[in-house]
Design a protein around this ligand. Structure first.
Ligand SMILES: NC(=O)c1ccc[n+]([C@@H]2O[C@H](COP(=O)([O-])OP(=O)(O)OC[C@H]3O[C@@H](n4cnc5c(N)ncnc54)[C@H](O)[C@@H]3O)[C@@H](O)[C@H]2O)c1
Length: 249
């Protein structure tokens, strides 16, 4: 697979779960991948990329830190000379009933999930504008962006915000050859999701999902690779739902 040959990609939250699968998939397709995270696990992802014959590196990036995002973008541009793909994947989903929601709960989720997307996109876009090309792919969620989800008002607001941001930015950047799209995953089997939900809840979801299974991180990664490729050059401002049919039940 070579459709992303020599494209330089930055992936946030690439230490585990969906972000890691995206980083590995982009590398398999020929991209030079900069795996970023806050846990140190981004180094393991970069190691795995090398093991499969891919190219790239790991950098620490806390998406809530706009200055750090600027530094990362500068480092990547100085090393490779271009930044072609940005995948805004980092996100948290701490369940909390609205009646128990504190200011801290609310601001933390909005800060990571929504301000984080702004911070990193803001840092990367000037390079893409100069190149007159680029691909921005934002990981939203079924929750908030497509359906209501009890226990996740803060998260839902952040993910609906990502979709609004995606559409508006797509309009502003189309003239520079930059596409901006969002993906809404349904229930995907990841370390984060496993920690958030009980086995009972998983069984309940599998019963509801028409495809009869949870999604895999690779189900999301393959759509990201497509949106990042030349084959998707006329797709912008779109929201791609990947949920095994859950949202159409
Ligand atoms: N798993 C699902 O069912 C599901 C469904 C819909 C949407 N999503 C979205 O997909 C994305 C990835 O989810 P996942 O299930 O792989 O989660 P995960 O918890 O398994 O992994 C998320 C990664 O993001 C990183 N991260 C957290 N805060 C960060 C910060 N401030 N800066 C940089 N990195 C940070 C974590 O360290 C972690 O490595 C999230 O945006 C999530 O909202 C997941």
């Amino acid at each position: 697979m070579t459709r992303l040959n020599n494209k330089v990609a930055i992936v946030t939250g690439a230490g585990q779960g969906i972000g890691k699968a995206i980083a590995l998939r982009l590398a398999k397709e020929g991209a030079i991948v900069v795996a970023t995270d806050i846990t140190g696990k981004e180094n393991e992802t970069a190691e795995e990329i090398k093991k499969i014959g891919g190219e790239g590196m790991a950098l620490r990036l806390d998406v809530t830190d706009g200055k750090m995002a600027e530094e990362v973008a500068k480092t990547v541009f100085n090393k490779y000379g271009h930044i072609d793909i940005l995948v805004n994947n980092a996100g948290i989903y701490p369940f909390k009933p609205f009646l128990e929601m504190t200011f801290e709960d609310w601001y933390k989720v909005i800060n990571v999930n929504l301000n984080g997307v702004f911070n990193v996109t803001r840092a990367v876009v000037p390079y893409m504008v100069k190149q007159k090309s680029g691909r921005i792919i934002n990981i939203a969620s079924l929750a908030g962006a497509v359906m209501g989800f009890a226990g996740l008002t803060h998260y839902s607001a952040s993910k609906a915000g990502i979709v609004g941001f995606t559409r508006a930015l797509a309009l502003e950047l189309a003239r520079y050859g930059i596409t901006v799209n969002a993906i809404a995953p349904g229930a995907i089997s990841t370390p984060g999701a496993a920690a958030a939900g009980s086995e009972e809840q998983v069984k309940m979801m599998i019963n509801i999902i028409p495809m009869g299974r949870l999604g895999t991180p690779e189900d999301i990664a393959s759509a990201v690779a497509y949106l990042a490729s030349d084959e998707a050059s006329y797709i912008t401002g779109a929201l791609i739902i990947i949920d095994g049919g859950w949202s159409v039940t």
